[in-house]
Design a binder for this molecule. Structure first.
Ligand code: NAD
Ligand code: UDX
Length: 465
């Protein structure tokens, strides 16, 4: 079967970039990305491609090339479903905030709504592709909803998890390590798998397109994120030991990373991992394991989250301790709020939790981030519900000039590893701060010796002060 029309439900950090690259690479396929969020679709359609809602290096050029040719963004979900032979579901699947599984299970209400909408609108057979990250066995829920509509249509469910990382999404999509496609191992299922293989084969070498049964594919995505996050928690756990022993975590990471069995990637110790995926997906894995009564499996993976929470708290506590055990009324300048560089996404960013901890100690915080908007920062803090929105706005300010936010500060804390922070005039920053002037480098980004030579008291993750 040759696919001519693709619809993607969900125009977020995954749906937008993924479909833009499919459209760029497959000019013979019409790709329509739909969303219920009108502002988001309007932003994707903004005449100025630099105003698209997702900040990703290289993405504006891809959108500019394909938009209006074979890439469309729309709020008309029904129409796009009706037209498409293949429908990707790329909606959000956050951790449940209520009821059974609260705080751990994935909330699948948006997934179910999509399935019901497809069932209601479809007039012909469709291939439905799970692009969202989903608990293993979700495909059976989708199949159940889609096949009990009584309209006699046939639906194939594929799992095609997305492995892109934010900040490098375009590169990751253009040159993926692999594409994973899971489906039923029946004649119809294999045909559907092949149809999706043919889409990716426009630009991905066939040996990099892995096909599996649907359950392996669903579970592989949770597993990949669990393994990656586990490496960060492992190195972070040892960063604390380094701070007590004069071992240097950067040297330890280099030493173990050259072992080809371990490899050098994902060994950067930090203030803690953030992002919309790692925590949510591990909690989900923990929940699923508990559901099957696998207590030891659940406890094993839960420890990755426990260590990450500890790392964020530890960073805030270190600031307080170094500032003579009180930050009451003291200004602390934050460089960075995004959960990593080269993205405007702040979901689960360590900065949110560090700020919350310091605000509890009545510190005054000023923040600069090159891409995150002020309203987003307040939304993130208000969402925690620790204090009133008015109090958040009173004690935390957001600036547009990095030098200004550091003026009169007791300490600067680096929360995101934006490249530009490295080339700031640190002498100028030092001169404008109260003394002793502290730098807390939560990303091991800055040149510690150079800062010390200026006069800063430098505290980096995983090295003795
Ligand atoms: P997102 O919140 O940025 O985007 C989801 C979009 O879906 C929103 O714009 C929302 O309005 C829309 N939506 C929700 N319900 C809808 C409905 N019924 N009809 C139409 N639109 C609807 O989320 P995201 O970061 O793009 O993540 C989407 C999925 O991809 C999640 O399951 C996530 O775990 C997974 N994932 C994310 C990443 C990442 O880096 N962000 C990477 C891999 C996988
Ligand atoms: C992750 C997965 O990498 C990606 O494959 C999946 O599709 C979605 O989830 P993402 O969250 O966008 O991607 O970014 P990633 O580069 O994985 O970083 C996650 C967090 O870990 C960030 O806060 C980052 O700063 C932190 N991190 C990463 C470290 O602290 N140290 C490292 O060595 C690597």
């Amino acid at each position: 079967m040759k696919i001519q029309n693709i619809c993607c439900i969900g125009a977020g950090y995954v749906g937008g970039p993924t479909m833009a690259v499919i459209a760029k690479k497959c000019p013979d396929i019409k790709v329509t990305v739909v969303d219920i969020n009108q502002a988001r679709i309007a932003a994707w359609n903004d005449e100025n491609v630099d105003n698209i809602p997702v900040y990703e290096p290289g993405l504006p050029a891809v959108v500019a090339e394909a938009r209006g040719r074979n890439l469309f963004f729309s709020n008309d979900v029904d129409k796009a479903i009706d037209e498409a032979e293949m429908i990707f579901i790329s909606v959000n699947t956050p951790t449940k905030t209520y009821g059974e599984g609260k705080g751990q299970a994935a909330d699948l209400k948006w997934i179910e709504l999509c399935a019901r909408q497809i069932a209601r609108v479809a007039k012909g057979d469709k291939i439905v592709v799970e692009k969202s990250t989903l608990p293993v066995r979700t495909a059976s829920t989708l199949k159940d909803i889609l096949t009990h509509t009584g309209n006699g249509l046939s639906f194939q469910i594929l799992s095609n998890p997305e492995f892109l990382a934010e900040g490098t999404a375009v590169d990751d999509l253009m040159n993926p390590d692999r594409v994973l496609i899971g489906g039923d191992q029946t004649e119809e299922g294999l045909k559907a798998i092949q149809a999706l293989v043919d889409v990716y084969a426009h630009w991905v070498p066939e040996e990099k397109i892995l096909t599996t049964n649907v359950w392996s594919s669903e579970l592989s995505k949770l597993t990949a994120n669990a393994f990656l996050a586990q490496r960060v928690s492992s190195i972070n756990s040892l960063s604390e030991l380094c701070e007590h022993t004069e071992a240097d975590i950067n040297e330890v990471a280099r030493a173990i990373g050259t072992d080809s069995r371990i490899g050098p990637k994902f060994l950067k110790s930090s203030v803690g991992f953030g992002g919309s995926c790692f925590q949510k997906d591990i909690l989900n894995l923990v929940y699923i394991s508990r559901t099957y009564g696998l207590q030891e499996v659940a406890d094993y993976w839960e420890q990755v989250i426990i260590m990450n929470d500890h790392q964020k708290r530890r960073f805030a506590k270190k600031i307080i301790k170094s500032l003579y055990n009180t930050v009451n009324g003291k200004k602390i300048a934050f460089l960075g709020w995004a959960f990593k560089k080269d993205t405007n996404d702040t979901r689960e960013s360590a900065a949110i939790y560090v700020a919350d901890h310091l605000l509890n100690e009545q510190s005054a915080i000023e923040i600069f981030d090159p891409k995150v908007k002020k309203e987003q920062i307040y939304t993130d803090l208000d969402y925690l519900g620790t204090r009133s929105p008015e109090e958040n706005r009173e004690n935390l300010l957001v600036g547009t000039d990095p030098y200004k936010i550091c003026e009169g500060a007791h300490a600067v804390a680096v929360l995101t590893e934006w490249d530009e922070f490295k080339s700031y005039d640190w002498q100028r920053i030092y001169d404008s701060m109260l003394k002793p002037a502290h730098v807390f480098d939560g990303r091991n980004l800055l040149d510690k010796e150079a800062l010390k030579a200026i006069g800063f008291q430098v505290h980096a993750i995983g090295t003795a002060d």
